[in-house]
Design a protein around this ligand. Structure first.
Ligand SMILES: [Zn+2]
Length: 208
C-alpha cells in the first residue's frame, strides 16, 4: 500500500477551524481511493458527524484522540548524519520494499525510546499486518508493514540497520577530484608573465 507520512493538521479538516494549543482533537484513518487517508477533526465536528457511526459504519479503520500542541519552530537545518528517526522517515518516503524489514526494526527501536507510539494495527487484504504509528511530539502518522521477521533473520536485519545508521541511507561516494583538462592549457598561456615576474621576486629576495 502506497502510504507515507501524514502530518497532523493544524486545523479541523471538516470545519477548518484552527486548532489551539492543548486542544483535544480526533484522528481517523480511512481508506481513500488509492491509499490510507488521515483526517483530524475538532470535537464539535466529531460529535456532529462521526460519533454516531463508529468504525466500519463511519467508513474509517482507525480512530484515536489526541491533544494538539502548537509546533515548536523548526530546528536549524540538520547537517549531522542520520539518526534512527530521520533514517526511518527517509526510508518510509522512499517506500522501497527492500527496506521493509529495516523500517520495522527502526520503528521498534523508536517505540522503545517513546519517540513514536503504536496507535493501531490493521490487517491488510493479503493478511499482512500493518502497524500505525504516531510521532509522540509532532503528531506525524505513518504506517509500517510488519515483515513477520523470523528470529533467525533478526541478527542480519539488525546489522543492516546498524550499518545504515553508521553510513546513511545513500552514502555519497567521495567525488573524485575534477580532472584539470583545459585548465592546465589556459594556465600555460600565462606562463610567460609568471616567468617575467620571477626574476623581480628573486632580485627582491637578494636585496633583503
Ligand atoms: Zn471542526
Amino acid at each position: 500500500m502506497d502510504w507515507h507520512f501524514r502530518s497532523r493538521s493544524h486545523q479541523c479538516n471538516e470545519c477548518e477551524a484552527a486548532f489551539e494549543d492543548e486542544q483535544p482533537y480526533h484522528t481517523i484513518l480511512f481508506r481513500g481511493m488509492e491509499s490510507l487517508e488521515r483526517r483530524d477533526i475538532c470535537p464539535g465536528c466529531w460529535t456532529k458527524n462521526h460519533k454516531a457511526e463508529p468504525g466500519k459504519l463511519g467508513g474509517y479503520i482507525s480512530h484515536w484522540q489526541g491533544v494538539y500542541e502548537v509546533p515548536p519552530p523548526p530546528p536549524p537545518e540538520a547537517i549531522q548524519k542520520d539518526n534512527a528517526e530521520t533514517l526511518l522517515k527517509k526510508m518510509i518516503e522512499q517506500n522501497d520494499p527492500e527496506h521493509t524489514e529495516a523500517c520495522f526494526i527502526l520503528a521498534v527501536m523508536l517505540e522503545r525510546k517513546r519517540v513514536i507510539k503504536n496507535k493501531d494495527q490493521v490487517r491488510q487484504p493479503d493478511g499482512k499486518r500493518m502497524l500505525i504509528y504516531e510521532h509522540t511530539k509532532n503528531g506525524d502518522v505513518f504506517t509500517i508493514l510488519d515483515p513477520a521477521l523470523k528470529l533467525t533473520d533478526l541478527g542480519q536485519v539488525q546489522a543492516k540497520v546498524a550499518e545504515l545508521l553508521e553510513h546513511g541511507l545513500n552514502p555519497q561516494t567521495d567525488t573524485l577530484p575534477e580532472e584539470e583538462t583545459g585548465e592546465g592549457e589556459a594556465e600555460s598561456g600565462s606562463a610567460e608573465s609568471d616567468a617575467e615576474s620571477q626574476p623581480e621576486v628573486a632580485a627582491a629576495a637578494d636585496q633583503a
